[in-house]
Design a protein around this ligand. Structure first.
Ligand code: COA
Length: 264
């Protein structure tokens, strides 16, 4: 039942096991399968909950590496990038900048948490161009949230956001055994929500303007991605019509993720 038990099993094998459920294995939601995310993380990731495994992401003609931050000092050293207004203004967590001290605190919280996996995104020259994470990982309903930030602007407009989302989806579904992934996006962040939708995320809600940025009130959208391998268990009856398109996209996007992401 457990996926990729023993950290050495490759990502492709992990995904195939997931698909096997989808093709008629017993639904992991039915009955007591005894799955325990904490034990799973303990067995597979030891003291690296925050870091997860390194991911090589091959996208178009370039490659980026998602790797752990090496220390709180390294994480905090990027505070200028984390704080760039142009980068952060549509970042739903908060449009305001952060200090190095706040980042150190944030790092300590994350590194001690079993609910966060966080990566630095490095280009092939070794420059850190952004970060991404899976957070609020909850065993109770096997859900988690994702976020991503590319602060090196020369990498905007090339679909890297989409490639990162694919890697987070694959990681969550094939290694963390997550059922549903959630995201929140400011409505003006078109590049972000288009990337989510392309990867199969379904817009299930929106909220009225509540962020005041650059003299304007901004609203936002909520998105969810269901793990296509678990739809039997999640939807006891038929899959709702409103989700069919996004689930099909999710399946295709996961296949693409399987092609472009390599877990080291
Ligand atoms: C958001 C972010 C990840 C987007 O990544 P990206 O890969 O550069 O996105 P792209 O510019 O390639 O755009 C993705 C899609 O949206 C479309 N798009 C972008 N801006 C658009 C606009 N103003 N109107 C219509 N479509 C637009 C692109 O054409 C592309 O569509 P395609 O996939 O069909 O080609 C990146 O800009 C970033 O990290 N920004 C700062 C932090 C942030 O906002 N993080 C997200 C928080 S939710």
């Amino acid at each position: 039942m457990l996926l990729c038990r023993g950290g050495g099993i490759g990502r492709r094998a992990g995904l195939r096991i997931q698909w096997a459920f989808a093709r008629g294995g017993s639904s992991p939601l039915r009955g007591t399968d005894g799955f325990n995310l904490n034990n799973y993380l303990e067995d597979n990731f030891k003291n690296s909950y925050m870091f997860g495994r390194i991911m090589k992401i091959r996208w178009k003609d370039w490659i980026v590496t998602a790797r752990p931050f090496k220390s709180e000092e390294e994480y905090a050293s990027y505070f200028k990038y984390f704080s760039l207004h142009s980068v952060r203004k549509y970042f739903a967590a908060s449009p305001y900048g952060v200090t190095a001290t706040q980042l150190k605190d944030d790092y300590r919280l994350a590194v001690n948490s079993r609910e966060v996996v966080r990566w630095a995104i490095e280009d092939k020259e070794g420059q850190v161009i952004g970060f991404t994470n899976i957070f609020n990982i909850r065993e109770a309903d096997r859900s988690a949230w994702i976020s991503y930030m590319i602060w090196e602007k020369k990498y905007w407009g090339k679909g890297l956001g989409y490639a990162l989302i694919l890697s987070l989806n694959l990681y969550s579904f094939s290694l963390l055994n997550i059922f549903s992934l959630w995201a929140h996006v400011i409505d003006k962040n078109i590049a972000s929500w288009k990337s989510l939708e392309k990867a199969g995320y379904h817009r299930w809600g929106e909220h009225p303007p509540m962020y005041f940025v650059d003299n304007k009130w901004l609203g936002g959208y909520y998105y969810v991605l269901y793990n296509p391998s678990y739809t039997d268990g999640i939807f006891k009856k038929d899959i709702p019509d409103s989700l069919k398109d996004s689930l099909k996209k999710a399946e295709d996007a996961l296949k693409e993720a399987d092609r472009i992401v390599e877990f080291l």
